[in-house]
Design a protein around this ligand. Structure first.
Ligand SMILES: [Zn+2]
Length: 431
């Protein structure tokens, strides 16, 4: 088992008091953080690998709380369209032509991008998810995965629901515990009410957490009120789909009653600011959510509605959006947005031992090279990362105690091969 010492680091703990320590050591043994503190003579000998982190910041890896990793295959294929036109005219017809081979390589491309930009864990809903699981296992990244579900007829023999439960049986806690499996009804407009009820029942039967899209656009909410006489949040609450392990992506068009329900049920909200901006969905009332104690985390959404998986960009946009929305520059300050992108996300995905630098926590850690002009003169490292830094400064990435990128070189993945396989898959898909 690999043991690693990071020394001379500026450590951003993001623990309860959110301290930053200068010239600090972080020791890693048996996949866990086993030491955070001062250097002492002889400490180097206690670890197999010693990385000098002078001029570098060390912090928990980012958690991308909502994405569709294999959608990298559609990146920049169709942009500047309305959500429903984009989905029904461009994306859904091509998705019919996907296969496991395409999903494996497109997911691998997403994972390369995520690791290189400091993401150590992600939450994914899509198709051929056993292939995404294999890509995760091969790369060493952590993930919560779910087979996307949509349908009209509530049939227990529905091949999609069977596949979703199979995925749980085969891959939950796979990859030495790095993979978790969830159940993902796509949205209330792609699933009938009986179908949603069936998924809710499966979730209870097998104790599988739910990850779904909720109240992304005004047209979705208007449609729900017209069809069911209530908002999507109330509808999902009525069928007991909203619980403290549920991840609700978006929650853009929500009223105070909806927020009260989300808060009471302990639902985790995955906020996707760039996707919401690009698709003109609106601005999620994030400060209201946090005031009500809702666990808000941050996601990129798929790379064809963003169009990248860059969490640094995402948390900066989250902060800016709330400031402009509330006309209040104090809204969503640095500490809060950093926690959303780390500890809150890890909690939402069911990895309760990840998301901070603290003894006993899982070693999901990134090392950022801060010897760049825009980090100087170094008044506040957390502000620098959120407001002036870049994800490309992430230099070394450790997941579950193993180094997956060292000094910008990927350890577990063959980047060139992945680009070339993705090219082959595109030919298969589009011709
Ligand atoms: Zn999505």
């Amino acid at each position: 088992m690999m043991s690693i010492l990071l020394k001379n680091a500026q450590v951003i703990t993001l623990n309860d008091d959110s301290d930053v320590y200068d010239k600090c050591c972080v020791g890693i043994k048996h996949k866990k953080i086993d030491y955070v503190g001062h250097y002492y003579p002889g400490i180097d000998d206690e670890y197999e690998t010693v990385l000098d982190c002078t001029d570098k910041a060390v912090m928990p890896g980012f958690v991308n709380a909502h994405t569709h990793s294999a959608m990298t295959i559609f990146r920049n294929y169709a942009d500047d369209m309305k959500l429903m036109d984009w989905l029904y005219k461009k994306i859904f017809p091509l998705e019919d032509k996907l296969d496991g081979d395409i999903v494996y390589w497109a997911s691998s491309l997403a994972i390369v991008e995520m690791i290189k930009s400091g993401t150590t864990m992600f939450n994914d809903m899509y198709f051929f998810m056993d292939k995404t699981a294999e890509a995760c296992i091969d790369s060493g990244i952590k993930a919560a995965l779910a087979r996307g579900l949509s349908g009209d007829v509530a049939d227990n023999d529905d091949p999609k629901i069977k596949e979703a439960v199979e995925l749980y049986k085969n891959y939950n806690n796979a990859g030495e515990g790095r993979i978790k499996v969830m159940l993902s009804p796509h949205a209330i407009y792609t699933c009938s009410l009986p179908y949603l009820k069936m998924v809710a029942e499966k979730s209870r039967e097998f104790k599988i957490p739910i990850h779904t899209h909720v109240s992304e656009t005004k047209s979705e909410v208007d449609g729900s009120i017209k069809k069911y006489g209530m908002s999507p949040v109330k509808l999902l609450d009525n069928i007991e789909m909203l619980k403290n392990d549920t991840v609700a992506a978006h929650c853009v068009v929500v009223d105070d009653d909806d927020l009260r329900i989300l808060s009471q049920r302990g639902v985790n909200v995955a906020h996707n600011p760039e996707s919401n901006m690009k698709l003109a969905s609106g601005i999620a009332p994030v400060t209201k959510m946090t005031d009500m104690g809702i666990n808000v985390c941050i996601g990129t959404d798929g790379a064809s509605s963003n169009n990248n998986l860059d969490m640094v960009e995402e948390l900066r946009m989250a902060a800016y959006l709330q400031k402009v929305h509330n006309e209040d520059p104090t809204a969503l300050p640095v500490d809060e947005v950093l926690k959303m992108a780390t500890i809150n996300g890890a909690k939402a995905l069911g990895f309760k031992d990840s998301g901070m630098i603290k003894e006993g926590m899982a070693a999901d850690i990134i090392v950022i090279n801060t010897d760049k002009p825009y980090y100087y003169p170094r008044y506040d490292i957390k502000s620098a990362i959120v407001y002036s830094g870049s994800s490309s400064d992430v230099e070394t990435v450790i997941i579950d105690g193993s180094i997956v990128m060292k000094n910008n070189e990927l350890v577990t993945m063959d980047e060139e091969r992945i680009y070339s396989e993705v090219g082959r898959c595109v030919k298969k898909l589009i011709g």
